[in-house]
Ligand binder design. Structure first.
Ligand SMILES: Cc1ncc(COP(=O)(O)O)c(C=O)c1O
Length: 386
């Protein structure tokens, strides 16, 4: 064994360390919502994805205002419980969620982010060549995971308003469809379909198969609208429907990893049997308990998001760029120049965003940061595309 590292060995090991700190495109595939586009693969191949504290991060639909002060305080207060498994805390949070949603606690299942539960459901319904039907593009974590277990994913393109096309989806369902994935509002488009279309669709489909209603961005709608859009009433009526929510978005707890589903107990049992270990930590639960239903913080996030999104909408209008009508903390519009150039030049300006491939075109998906960040974005983007 060599007593000392040679200069060359040292250089090699420090290179390996550096490589370990950045994320390969393959890992990024798992990390990001939706498929990684050709432009992203190229950009991260030459300049591996390595977010740092100085980037303006408009690439992951995070909440720039979170966590709330209440959540931070709860985490600090809870540190002393780190030696305890979170059994009691979990039951308390499930009860709180159940009370808020108007169901019993046996209707609630927690996960390390709603993405982890999407994966559990992907296995539960994708095994044995199960088929999953969804609109496309959408949030693909469930379908990507189900495919690992040989499930088939049947995608139905969006309509020309970049919305889920529920009529086309209804006509595609068949006897092998084990699950229909609904995302309203949808990621990556931000578009919302009126509940007068979505609710009857879910009711009809739930007679034939399981309907999984991903409501990750529901709380960006005004409270009255949230009540109309959520499919929670269908769960309460005992239908074959799962409602999925997350603490990552309006509550600003993406880094803590906590989300939940609400469904009737037999569905909870079928999905949760694929949960790995005890994935949700004491601290995530403490923050979630302090955040759940915190109307003050939610309305602050919502109104600041609307204002900052308005700035981006104004810019896109001024440039004459079409876009999906966003009801969320991100916007989706056709890339005005090629995606590789956009990504690399924006990254040089320290701004991260996404490029999607859809229907032989490239699309920009830009998360809504603070108003100041959006002003920096529009100025930088304008320089990049000029
Ligand atoms: C539509 C949708 N569902 C679910 C998730 C998963 O979020 P998390 O695992 O952080 O709860 C995301 C994340 O971006 C999303 O966009």
């Amino acid at each position: 064994m060599k007593a000392q590292l040679s200069r060359r060995d040292w250089f090699k090991s420090s290179l390996a360390l550096t490589a370990g700190l950045t994320l390969s495109p393959m890992f990024v595939d798992k990390l990001f919502a939706g498929p990684v586009s050709a432009a992203e693969r190229h950009q991260w191949g030459i300049n591996p994805y390595s977010p740092n504290g100085n980037n303006i991060r408009l690439n992951a639909n995070e909440n720039p205002y979170g966590p709330s002060d209440k959540a931070k305080e709860a985490i600090i207060q809870n540190l002393g419980e780190s030696n305890r498994y979170p059994f009691v805390a979990q039951s308390e949070l499930r009860k709180m969620i159940a009370d808020k949603e108007g169901v019993d606690a046996d209707h609630v299942h927690l996960g390390a982010g709603s993405g982890a539960i999407l994966c559990e459901a992907g296995v539960a319904y994708g095994l044995n060549n199960g088929e999953i039907l969804s609109g496309f593009p959408t949030f693909t974590e469930m379908m990507d995971y189900a495919k690992v277990f040989n499930a088939k994913w049947d995608k139905v393109n969006l309509n020309d308003k970049l919305e889920f096309d529920y009529e086309a989806m209804a006509s595609r369902i068949n006897s092998k469809t084990k699950l229909v994935f609904v995302c309203n509002p949808n990621n990556p488009t931000g578009t919302l379909v009126d509940p007068s279309i979505v609710s009857p669709f879910c009711q009809d489909m739930s007679k034939k198969t399981l309907v999984y209603s991903d409501e990750a961005y529901l709380e960006f709608l005004e409270p009255e609208m949230q009540k109309k859009v959520t499919n929670i009433d269908l769960v309460k009526k005992g239908m074959n429907v799962v409602v999925s929510r997350t603490f990552s978005k309006i509550y600003g707890l993406a880094g803590l990893r906590i989300g939940y589903i609400v469904a009737k107990p037999d569905l909870i049992k079928k999905i949760s049997q694929y949960q790995m270990g005890i994935p949700v930590s004491q601290h995530a639960i403490a923050a979630a308990k302090a955040s759940l239903g915190d109307t003050e913080f939610m309305s602050l996030s919502r109104s600041k998001n609307t204002e900052a999104r308005g700035h981006l909408e104004g810019y896109l209008k001024k440039k004459g760029f079409s876009h999906g009508k966003s009801h969320t903390n991100f916007m989706f519009f056709p890339a005005p120049i090629d995606g590789k150039t956009i990504l690399s030049r924006m990254q040089q300006k320290n701004i991260l965003m996404r490029i999607w491939d859809y229907q032989d075109m490239e699309w920009c998906r830009v998360s809504i940061g603070s108003l100041d960040e959006m002003k920096q974005f529009t100025q930088a983007f304008d320089e990049v595309i000029s």
